[in-house]
Design a protein around this ligand. Sequence first.
Ligand SMILES: Cc1cc2nc3c(=O)[nH]c(=O)nc-3n(C[C@H](O)[C@H](O)[C@H](O)COP(=O)(O)OP(=O)(O)OC[C@H]3O[C@@H](n4cnc5c(N)ncnc54)[C@H](O)[C@@H]3O)c2cc1C
Length: 407
Amino acid sequence: MADFSGENPEAFRSDVRGWLEANYPAELRSADVRTDPEAIWGGRAFLGSEDPQIVWMRRVAEKGWTAPTWPAAYGGGGLSPDQGRILEQELARGRYRTPLSSFGLWMLGPVLLEYANEAQKLEHLPRIVRGEARWCQGYSEPGAGSDLAGLQTRCEDKGDHWLINGQKVWTSYANKADWCFCLVRTDTTRKHEGISFVLIDMSSPGVETRPIQLISGESPFCETFFTDVKIPKDNLVGQVNGGWQIAKRLLQYERQNISGGFGPGEGAGGSSSDLGVMARNYMGTDETGALSDPDLRGRITRNKMDFDCGYKTINRIAAESKASNGPSAATSIIKYAVASFAQERSELIVEMMGSQGLGWTGDDYAAPEIGAVRGWLRAKANSIEGGSSEVNLNVISKRVLGLPDPQ
Ligand SMILES: Cc1cc2nc3c(=O)[nH]c(=O)nc-3n(C[C@H](O)[C@H](O)[C@H](O)COP(=O)(O)OP(=O)(O)OC[C@H]3O[C@@H](n4cnc5c(N)ncnc54)[C@H](O)[C@@H]3O)c2cc1C
């Protein structure tokens, strides 16, 4: 067994490379491998599954490398930030699939490490690392989105348990989740100071989810109803009425991860598509070989530069935050910027496709063209999810620039 505790980064890189090569399931190298698209999210539904994606996830999780820098005591890899970065680089270099994506890894785990008690960490973190529990986020309510602290879902102390009643909305994948991290009201007389952060098992009696159909044709999120749902007293994280601090911290992790997810090729058209190549295919070139439409040429170039700079900045900020105290309010800057670059990119793609960028179904349109239209519609959500662009501008003005609240 290789020793990963050493300080020599190149020896570590070589060990990681060898391990990945030796342990990547052969089936996943095949172009026509079939895996369940939901498998990457893990969860109870995949316990015991032999889907190649799950086999890969289990092998990586065994080393703690699904959460490389979390402490080994909670199932993580115990790697330093530098070692974690080397692992990321090697996963990208070898074009290995992401072993596990989850709200547990991106959002909940980091705040449990900061705010949960020891028993809660030991119960939940290893299951997140192993992809055995899929989590959803119960924040937004019909009357509480941007004004999140206006939430009304009640959580009453019944002595030996908490009793939850209320409704959440836009709960992504709630119908597929095993657990929900949820903001609830434990004091109706105070606003921010009356909120608590609780963990709800979605199989509890009284939990109901209803998927919502989106403009893109998909149903990735739900209305979630809690009717007399009993949860154990131990499922409240941090202090009673102290949930707002945890909620805000989790949003910083969320915004950092949403921005990181917009790679240079993100958006309509697929991750491997280069805007310049696509534009040449659809619009042709002039006698110099340049894109024939000078206006589009300029806008494509600017978008590519924006993305490139944005992506490098995200990587730098992410590396800095991993090496320090985690993300800060500055994550609102990258969330705001990258959401607008991604929307602009999706607009450019359907524009360059001309009438082929109007397809929804049917044989007249190639699959990437249909994907581009759906991606363009999906991109509308980029400036809403994880806090709207306007709300992020408010955070930037208040928490980053220190400007006063508007009167
Ligand atoms: C794809 C997607 C996934 C999501 N997943 C989840 C999830 O898993 N869990 C969850 O809890 N929520 C989720 N959400 C909900 C998301 O967090 C909310 O939609 C978002 O916070 C905005 O709230 P709202 O929709 O109620 O809009 P509102 O708060 O009603 O805002 C409406 C408009 O008013 C503007 N506005 C509001 N207040 C201000 C202000 N003070 N200053 C300036 N402008 C303002 C907003 O920017 C927006 O344009 C998701 C949303 C999307 C699009």
